[in-house]
Design a protein around this ligand. Structure first.
Ligand code: ADP
Length: 273
């Protein structure tokens, strides 16, 4: 044929995917040979795969609480609404799952916002100790229920950092909330801030259950949870750490974790000063 032919072919050797275009070369109708062009579309294919995996994950996460809400509404409609003893319990379950859905959607919106930014303006000056005490106020009920004591110390005061206040607060809130949530009852959390050369190091250390070594490389992935059972009762979306990682990176920094099972974990954020 005299029209370019396109086909996709995966080459086993390198595990890469190429789009190959073969065009005939003609001179005054005479066939001289062919030109073959290889386009490396490995990255594109990987992105496509990640995108569809993400859509599948999101759908699953949304469907689980919704199924439960629908189930309890149905039960109430079918007569449980007359059942004085249980109807409030059913409504509370519906409320609980609705809140879960709401916070999942909030996390998704936040994640897509931080992911779409190239970088953030680091002009604004923020007092870290003030930010931390705001966060501690907001999670006080959780700290009380778990009887976890949170302490903090900074190498200098005021401890100023630069960046986007909203997303930085979200990052530290996720880290501190996790340190309380995955702690043992009566455990401790220690937050430290120090300046080291050209960067700032902020660590959140807990005395909790720790993270198995085999899970460590994956905990910053979207929706990754170490063990479904440990977070399903705490209501986590599995998005907190991936939001935190993106926020640190958009500020030109990074985030690191060290953990020992049954002893605890330390999450360390490095930000340029
Ligand atoms: P989640 O919303 O489930 O808390 P995250 O993205 O914040 O999601 O965390 C991912 C997983 O990493 C959690 O499900 C939890 O199992 C584990 N994890 C996070 N922080 C800690 C911690 N401080 N101690 C132990 N495990 C943790």
């Amino acid at each position: 044929e005299k029209v370019p032919v396109q086909l996709e072919h995966s080459i086993l050797l390198s595990n890469a995917m190429f789009q190959i275009q073969i065009s005939p070369v003609l001179n005054e109708g005479r066939f001289l040979g062919v030109v073959v062009v290889f386009h490396d579309i490995t990255k594109l294919k990987e992105l496509e795969r990640l995108r569809s995996e993400f859509v599948a994950n999101v759908s699953h996460e949304l469907k689980t609480p919704l199924t439960s809400i629908m189930g309890f509404v149905e039960t109430l409609k079918e007569g449980a609404v007359e059942d004085k003893e249980n109807r409030i319990k059913f409504l509370e379950i519906i409320e609980d799952h609705s809140k879960k859905l709401y916070s999942l959607i909030e996390d998704l919106l936040l994640l897509s916002k931080v992911e779409s930014q190239d970088s953030v303006s680091r002009e604004e000056e923020i007092s870290l100790e003030k930010m931390i005490s705001r966060i501690l106020e907001s999670i006080a009920p959780m700290m009380l229920t778990k009887k976890v004591d949170v302490g903090y110390g900074f190498s200098s005061l005021p401890f100023l950092i630069h960046g986007d206040p909203k997303s930085l607060e979200e990052m530290f809130k996720n880290l501190i909330e996790n340190a309380v949530k995955y702690n043992r009852v009566g455990g401790k959390v220690k937050i430290r801030g120090v300046r080291e050369g050209d960067h700032i190091k902020i660590s959140v250390e807990d005395t909790g259950m720790g993270i198995p070594e085999s899970d460590l490389p994956r905990i910053f992935e979207r929706f990754y949870r170490v063990d479904k059972s440990r977070s399903s009762d705490t209501g986590g979306s599995g998005l907190g750490l991936s939001i935190a990682k993106h926020v640190a990176e958009k500020h030109g920094g990074r985030i690191q974790v060290q953990s020992t099972l049954e002893k605890g974990s330390v999450f360390t954020v490095y930000l340029p000063s």
